[in-house]
Design a protein around this ligand. Sequence first.
Ligand code: MG
Length: 394
Amino acid sequence: MQTLSRSCGPLAASLLLVLPVLGASSGPRFYGDAPDDHHPWAVHDGNRPQPPHVVPGEFSSQARPGRPPSDAVVLFDGTDLSGWQGDKGAPAPWKVTDGFMEVVPHTGSIQTKERFGDCQLHIEWAPPAKVEGSGQGRGNSGVFLMGRLEIQVLDCYDNVTYADGSTGAYYGINPPLALPVNPPGQWQVYDIVFRRPIYRDGQVSDPGYVTVFLNGVLVQDHTPLEGPGGHMGRTKPGPFPEQGPLSLQDHGNPTRFRNIWYRPLPPRSVEGGTDGWLTTEATMAKRAGIAAQIRADAATLKGNPREEMLRLFESLVYESNDAAYQRAGELAAGYVAKLQALPAAELAGKKDEVKSQVDVFNYLAKWKVIPDGYAPQVALKQMIKDQGWDKKPR
Ligand code: MG
């Protein structure tokens, strides 16, 4: 094989060695379970897009903020608030010093000019070192996702308040699973995964979820969204817009923030994404697109009939197509005839290729792309028998 899945162990790798080497695919073809009504890709599908490479960042320490990963959108790097604004678009009134921003109490909340939706969000905050107030009055601020639902920022170190308003709470809706808080004045880290609610025709397609790690400890576990949440009142689930700002709350305490960035997340299957369990309609549409791409690749391989044949057969795993089936059949018949015409010494050198081709036909027959008794398959099996290639070496 030219390429192997990174997850393949030595045994799997050795098994793959008997399977065909095929073109520009990123993995084996004619291999794992074929696409079905809810999965447009085969298992281990070599046509499946590769994940983008991301250069990891560095974790923060108390003394020094870390570095975001290479594909992050930086919202605050410790230098200025040019990407933020206050009420009604006024300049953000908080102060920036020594690589962090600090709430200037009673100047109002601030929000990003950038608007975004589903994301992985990283944000670090520190409650005041000087302990003042109690309950909701100690180091209170908030991270408002899309400017709506609040992940509570509060100094809960030796400070009790109502559970659904504690540090890491989805405020007013769901308490944190734990309180892994550092002492006052120290930096705390939120890593948040946010998926907004999606509605179609007034019906919920996906309620949306929020997952939160506080200082590396899980505090919200894929918590379903029940509206924005809020103070004293129970809110109802409902649609969100596609994008909104990130807002930080002025609750009258000089809480600090640093190292704020996000990574946008790919669409879910309910909004056109093609990973995960899809509807039959979405699956078939994606399979048709994959097949069309493979047929287009095949059309560039006119000078390489075996490769063209394999690509066309491969396309039929995703979508039946009369013209592709007929052309693949013609190429297969020509391929077999050419082998049969070879002198014995030359044919002997084709043993592995012919056995691989039979493996391909067996795969295609298993997944009903070709019928039982498909003539080229029968002919090659007979060739293997005639040549004694099916016998184990002594
Ligand atoms: Mg708050």
